[in-house]
Write a protein that binds this ligand. Structure first.
Ligand code: PMP
Length: 409
């Protein structure tokens, strides 16, 4: 596979997929794999969900027009559903998470200029991830993502995650801040869960300073934490929220939602996208929301997530190689005491597709449609593989240094 005509942007495993069903993926040799992370929270309803396939097929037969100079019924109805579910007043449709965040960042700058702030800045967090476009990689708190792409975009200030004193100090000293952008759970940053009192404190600072509170829910949204958006689980309401990934269950779509003054900021000509909000993407996303509601999958995410976490906690109680098990609903991190990238190819040989983030955190983002039986299959496999790996590690030990994880609220 080494000489394929693909630019070398990904470290891919040598598997070629042919089809999928629920949490299972099948390669071209007929091997079956359990997908524990769904393209990083993309296929939230599992692979090839029949209701989504049908909605896309029906829409393709009816209208595939892409033009935001007109309306389509399917885009209007998706916008209504998203606003009803979120309490937001309006939505801008994009095609990805990075694009949804670009819209939020542009909105924040415009909001600042409207308030007479000529050099607006956005407060972002250490260890965050917001995308790979120039503005979103600048917002991202990971030097590896930025290195080589300087000069970065100006107008960003950074604070440690879960540190209210740092946000307060910046509020006192920097009059150019117009917004804060953060993830309620940092996915790429190693499943760092926000402390609810920190989020509430940030909300109060935003109210006091006139900043927009902007939440990146590209990974946490779409039902995964037990509510449609994680902020509903944490009990805060942002001014702007972005989503993508599971929004279309694999069909590319992103969205930037806003309320109040933020929702009145963009005017015609300020922002746009040819494909954003196209009829096929809206049909897929609309069917995802209907299915989440009809099959009560948000409550299910919480229930099956608790089952998975408590089984893992039991299995690894006292295991010296597991540092912490944390998360909410079906966004679960198992942090080991040492880097564990070698787990990924090992798990693959056992038919389990695993994702490791922040070097030592196994990130579980299975579909919300998981049955108890499927959840147990995944957990049994993971326990077996981790024990194998740890036994192997005792024969040739790895480094033991690393950051301590945050706790589940
Ligand atoms: N924000 C977050 C929180 C993400 O996890 C990601 C993708 N990992 C993005 C933004 C970027 O999304 P996309 O790849 O669709 O541009």
């Amino acid at each position: 596979m080494a000489d394929l005509p693909l630019l070398n942007t990904y470290g891919r495993l040598p598997i070629v997929f042919d089809h999928g069903r629920g949490p299972w993926l099948y390669d071209t040799d007929g091997n079956r794999y359990f997908d524990t992370f769904c393209g990083i929270a993309v296929s939230g309803l599992g692979h090839a969900h029949p209701a989504i396939t049908q909605a896309i097929a029906d829409q393709a037969a009816r209208l595939m027009h892409c033009s935001n100079l007109f309306h389509t019924g399917i885009q209007q109805s998706l916008a209504r559903k998203l606003c009803d579910i979120s309490g937001m007043d309006g939505v801008f449709f994009a095609n990805s998470g990075a694009e949804a965040n670009e819209a939020a960042l542009k909105l924040a700058r415009l909001y600042g200029h409207n308030r007479g702030i000529h050099s607006p800045a956005v407060l972002v967090m250490d260890r965050s991830f917001h995308g790979r476009t120039l503005a979103t990689l600048t917002a991202t708190g990971n030097r590896k993502v930025q290195a080589g792409f300087e000069p970065l975009v100006s107008g960003f200030v950074r604070a440690p995650y879960n540190d209210l004193d740092a946000v307060s100090a910046i509020a006192r000293s920097n009059p150019n801040i117009v917004a804060v952008l953060l993830e309620p759970i940092q996915g790429e940053g190693g499943l760092q869960v926000a402390d609810p009192s920190w989020l509430q404190g940030v909300r109060e600072i935003c109210d006091h300073q006139g900043w927009l509170m902007m939440l990146d829910e590209v990974q946490t949204g779409n039902g995964r934490t037990g509510n449609y958006f994680a902020y509903q689980t944490f009990g805060v309401t942002p001014d702007v929220v972005t989503t993508a990934k599971g929004l279309g269950n694999g069909f590319p779509i992103g969205a930037c939602l806003a309320r109040g003054e933020a929702a009145r900021t963009f005017q015609p000509g300020h922002h746009g996208s040819t494909f954003g909000g196209n009829a096929l993407a809206c049909a897929a996303a609309s069917a995802v929301i209907d299915t989440l509601e009809k099959d009560q999958l948000m409550a299910r995410a919480r229930e099956v997530g608790d089952r998975i976490r408590s089984r893992l906690e039991q299995a690894f109680a006292g295991a010296d190689y597991v540092r912490s098990i944390r998360g909410i609903g079906l966004m679960i991190g198992v942090e080991l005491t040492s880097p564990c990238a070698e787990l990924v190819p090992l798990a693959k040989t056992q038919g389990l597709l695993l994702n490791v983030t922040a070097e030592r955190v196994i990130r579980l983002l299975p579909p919300l449609t998981l049955t108890d039986e499927e959840a147990d299959t995944m957990v049994d496999q993971l326990i077996r593989i981790l024990r194998l790996y740890a036994a192997d590690d005792r024969q040739s030990p790895r480094s033991n240094e690393g950051p301590k994880g945050s706790q589940t609220p």
